[in-house]
Design a protein around this ligand. Structure first.
Ligand SMILES: Cc1ncc(COP(=O)(O)O)c(C=O)c1O
Length: 498
């Protein structure tokens, strides 16, 4: 039975380009309006566009465009399709594409108000929506080019605000954290072990906190590897005792909090939320509002194309620690000049406009963007269920969000043998195989974590290798009768048995 929310079907181009006319209509309408907007401005000015025969140039341009498209189609996997679930590549929604494209024609810069008044206001509205999504009141935040930059700015602000100190995060965290410590010259950082579910080991955190003051603990709400959610509630209790800054990297998982919210952004009860959200996930998502700062990326689950991350601060005062001004800009004093408080300089107003248009169609609550996320969760849950019934496959963890990892069984119970079996899947179902019917990726799990995840296996390899599927395309979960997941399982089993 099909999901009833028509936006799930109408607001995406579709795996077969079914809705390209919807996109075309809005783009063509916008181009006409744009032409008029230009020509209506000082109509008496002369036109500098000289000459009338541009055919040589336009033919050359067209040939270059053809060459561009040839290369894009020849050298890229079909990222938009549900058969591609290797990396966090979401097919952007139609509102995002329309908002981005039509604003790009004007090319506003949200660095200072004067560079993009309309899109600065939109950015502030988008940020208010995101603040309500995570449950912050009266905080501060802005869009960034991505999650790494958001993480970097947050730690920069915290370090400047609070001074020196240790930074703690789990070994399952995104690679940006070690880079950021290097850039900020924070040598006193520690990677904490992850437990058997790939979550931060809170006992290890306790020990570290007892051994010396920490400046910042960074927890994950959706690890890049398998979407694991760290126990925020327990970490928050430790904050009471130790007083560190808690940054949550919810670059991937933050939007899932929409599934807990009604139209007024009020928290729904567990019963209202439904069984898709486990009690554990419910508690951690509810607790997000008590974090001190959060990274959340519109270009991951916010239906946006790349170039859209965000950083949110619970208390506005943190931005003062990174305030910078300049003699040549920020002239409009009574309006927000976001760039005074950002690490990045020029930022595309088009990204703010894209997000703003997405929020008009998919507001950030359960019956808005939550419908999309509900479908991606359903895909991961259904696939986990199918794998449960497969003889020679095991789930690495039960999926907390919509990323699912599995490994192949080997009766010798040696990790090296498990890896060889799992690599058979990788060789068939990844970018390594140009004819792969499905494209997944692999996840390497360090030896210590692997020993916790597979305690009854002999740890005779440096890593455990798992296959990783990021079920971001809602098409996999939106239609219960679709057979993609069954087909995927068959292909995985075929590869292992080959
Ligand atoms: C949890 C997490 N944090 C941060 C990032 C970095 O985001 P970006 O690639 O947008 O810089 C990622 C990217 O995958 C991520 O998964």
């Amino acid at each position: 039975m099909k999901h009833r929310d028509s936006r799930l079907f109408s607001m995406f181009i579709g795996p077969k380009g079914e809705n390209i006319e919807i996109l075309k209509n809005e783009i063509l309408y916008g181009l006409d309006r744009h032409k008029r907007w230009r020509s209506d401005y000082t109509p008496d000015d002369p036109s500098p566009v000289a000459g009338t025969d541009f055919s040589r140039d336009t033919q050359k341009l067209h040939r270059a465009v053809e060459a561009l498209l040839d290369r894009l189609e020849r050298d890229n996997p079909h990222y938009f399709h549900p058969r591609y679930s290797a990396q966090m590549l979401k097919d952007p929604s139609i509102p995002a594409l329309v908002g981005y494209f039509l604003t790009m024609l004007i090319n506003p810069n949200n660095h200072a108000y004067e560079g993009g008044p309309a899109t600065t206001e939109m950015e502030m509205e988008v940020i208010e929506d995101l603040q309500r999504l995570v449950g912050f009141e009266n905080g501060w935040g802005h869009l960034t080019s991505g999650g790494s930059l958001a993480n970097l700015e947050a730690l920069w602000a915290v370090r400047n605000y609070k001074g020196k100190g240790r930074v703690l995060f789990s070994v399952a965290s995104h690679l940006s954290w070690k880079r950021i410590c290097d850039i900020l010259d924070i040598r006193d950082f520690k990677e904490l072990p992850a437990d058997s579910r790939y979550r931060m080991d809170v006992d290890a955190l306790k020990k570290e906190l007892a051994s010396g003051e920490a400046l910042c603990v960074m927890a994950n709400f959706g690890t890049t590897g398998c979407g694991a959610v760290d126990p925020l509630d327990e970490i928050l209790s430790l904050r009471e005792q130790y007083g560190f800054h808690l940054h949550v990297d919810a670059a991937y998982g933050g939007y899932f909090r929409s599934l807990l919210l009604d139209e007024q952004s009020r928290l729904l009860s567990r019963e209202q939320v439904g069984s898709q959200i486990s009690p554990y996930l419910y508690d951690q998502a509810a607790a997000l509002c008590r974090a001190d700062s959060i990274t959340i990326d519109p270009h991951k689950h916010g239906l946006m194309p790349y170039g859209a991350g965000s950083v949110l601060y619970r208390r506005e005062e943190l931005r003062q620690a990174i305030l910078n001004t300049a003699p040549y800009t920020y002239h409009v004093k009574e309006k927000p000049n976001i760039g005074m408080f950002t690490l990045e300089g020029s930022r595309p107003g088009a990204a703010a406009a894209g997000c703003w248009l997405v929020h008009q169609m998919f507001p950030l609550f359960k019956d808005g963007i939550g419908s999309v996320l509900d479908a991606t969760l359903a895909a991961a849950r259904r696939f986990a269920h199918l794998v449960d019934g497969a003889e020679n496959l095991r789930a690495l963890t039960s999926p907390e969000l919509d990323i699912f990892c599995l490994y192949a069984v080997d009766h010798s119970r040696r990790i090296s043998a498990v890896n060889s079996q799992t690599l058979k899947i990788y060789n068939q179902l990844s970018i390594e195989n140009p004819h792969a019917p499905f494209i997944l990726s692999k996840l390497l799990i360090d030896k210590n974590t692997a020993a916790r995840m597979l305690p009854d296996h002999q740890p005779d390899a440096d890593h455990l290798i798992a296959m990783r599927s990021v079920f971001m395309k809602h098409w996999m979960g939106v239609d219960e009768e679709s057979s993609w997941l069954e087909e995927l399982l068959k292909e995985v089993e075929k590869a292992v048995n080959s």
